[in-house]
Design a protein around this ligand. Structure first.
Ligand code: AMP
Length: 447
């Protein structure tokens, strides 16, 4: 079954693509990728129902890049249509990252700036176009763009396209591209208009859907701590783990291998050696299996893991799941917390989120259709000051998210980050200054 593919190597992809995937740090395909990639590669038309955050862009981009293979001729062979300029830029960005080891040429066409340079880019020759419908038609009308080689058409965020009244423009596009082609349609929701579009546009489509899995979220007690930085997260984790009576079998999830290793290193100074293991993709299969078996049998209390471990492991009676950081793939939150509360055991899932991660929390709450209750950091936990590098990192991430969310956001990297939530800041600051030496806090602000 397609769902069983849990490694990118098992798809029909070449080395160039696999290298790029690895470079992106994608350790395993997400559910939409597991389901959609084999069907697209088998040549089907596809209706994909998936929200942003599920990895849907790579789900259509990877098979597309494999199909295009290498630069050829001067006319594009595939088009990805998107409703907004921001999404076009985002998709172009992902396409560029995933095609970095190929010679494929991608051009993005969208409004907001003059068409001249885009027209020239098309004329210079390209293999793939990412475009908003209006600008695509504008450039086509100049005669710079030949459509006769188009063999694949992707429509992304179809529901948004319909909301924005793009149907006539899409019809224009359909009129000028070859009839014989593969069509992929992605949408987060399926209102009537999108059903109609799919009927008109897709031929005998396969349908794949990644539904928000609300069920796991319902049986698990969830709690979220707003934690300003990494060091404080470690302090809080250490504090929580002191309760050995109820924290009997714990998985700590981290986003990256590096954080997994750091958390492990830190905890190993505090906990007994035989209480703790770490697993991630860089560990050999034997080490991983070994650690898992020991954890299942109850020989070790705390397992630090990246998301590789979060799927497919069936450990009953995990008492606590800790999301040391919030997963970028929002569905992973559901997978992660699904490790606890299994088989009628109610479990507890605790998440730590810094200011940037709170944006992702908002999306996760939408996905699980419920708010995650907030907890107050216990007084015994030392709130550390956020160091300059981490502050920059968080500010950058917030900028990126805001840019994605709001087309008109110009980037406020230099904006005072805390303006938005003075209360939280003063709380943290007050806590982090408590009992601190007097000097050293007046360090000059770099701009
Ligand atoms: P999307 O749903 O396409 O907007 O993707 C959401 C985010 O997930 C993007 O930042 C992607 O770079 C990232 N992503 C896509 N596929 C994977 C994967 N297999 N593993 C980890 N991250 C991924």
């Amino acid at each position: 079954m397609a769902q069983d593919i849990n490694k990118f190597e098992d798809f029909k992809l070449n080395k160039q693509l696999l290298n790029a995937i690895e470079e992106q740090g994608y350790e395993h395909p997400t559910p939409i990728q597991q389901k959609a990639i084999p069907l697209i590669q088998a040549g089907h038309d596809l209706l994909g129902i998936a929200q942003t955050g599920t990895g849907k862009t790579a789900a259509f981009t990877l098979p597309l890049l494999y199909k295009l293979r290498y630069a050829q001729g001067s006319s594009p062979r595939a088009i990805i249509l998107t409703p907004t300029r921001e999404l076009a830029i985002q998709i172009e960005d992902e396409v560029n990252k995933l095609s970095t080891y190929t010679d494929l040429r991608t051009v993005a066409l969208y409004g907001g700036k003059g068409p001249k340079s885009q027209k020239e880019a098309v004329e210079a020759g390209c293999d793939l176009i990412v475009a908003t419908p209006g600008r695509l038609i504008d450039i086509y009308k100049t005669g710079a763009l030949l459509m006769k080689e188009i063999k694949t058409l992707v429509i992304d965020e179809a529901d948004k396209m319909m909301d924005m009244g793009f149907m006539p423009k899409i019809r224009n596009v359909l009129e000028v591209i070859p009839v014989k082609r593969q069509n992929l349609l992605f949408s987060a929701t399926m209102p009537d208009k999108v059903v109609k579009l799919s009927e008109e546009f897709l031929e005998w489509p396969e349908r794949v859907e990644v539904t928000p899995q609300a069920t796991a979220a319902e049986t698990v007690e969830q709690l979220l701590y707003e934690v300003p930085n990494l060091k404080t997260k470690i302090n809080l984790l250490e504090h929580l783990l002191q309760d050995k009576e109820s924290w009997t079998r714990v998985i700590v999830f981290t986003k990256t291998r590096e954080t997994a290793n750091n958390v492990y290193k830190y905890l190993s100074r505090k906990l007994h050696d035989d209480e703790l293991r770490v697993i991630h993709a860089n560990k050999g299969q034997n080490t991983r299996t070994n650690a898992m078996d020991n954890f299942k049998e109850g020989n070790i209390r705390v397992l630090v893991a990246t998301d590789v471990a979060s799927r497919g492991i069936d450990v009953a009676e995990v008492s606590h799941v800790v999301n040391f950081d919030i997963p970028l793939i929002h569905e992973d939150y559901v997978h992660r917390i699904g490790r606890t509360g299994r088989a009628e055991h109610t479990g507890v899932a605790i998440s730590f989120a810094n200011e940037a991660e709170l944006f992702h929390v908002k999306h996760i709450e939408k996905l699980i259709r419920q708010p995650i209750p907030r907890g107050r950091i216990p007084d015994e936990v030392k709130i550390e000051k956020t160091d300059f590098a981490e502050k920059q990192l968080i500010a950058r991430e917030i900028d990126l998210i805001k840019r994605r969310e709001n087309p008109n956001f110009k980037g406020a990297f230099h904006e005072k980050k805390r303006k938005k939530d003075p209360k939280a800041q003063s709380h943290w600051d007050a806590r982090s200054n408590k009992g601190k030496r007097k000097s050293g806090n007046k360090g000059k602000r770099r701009r």
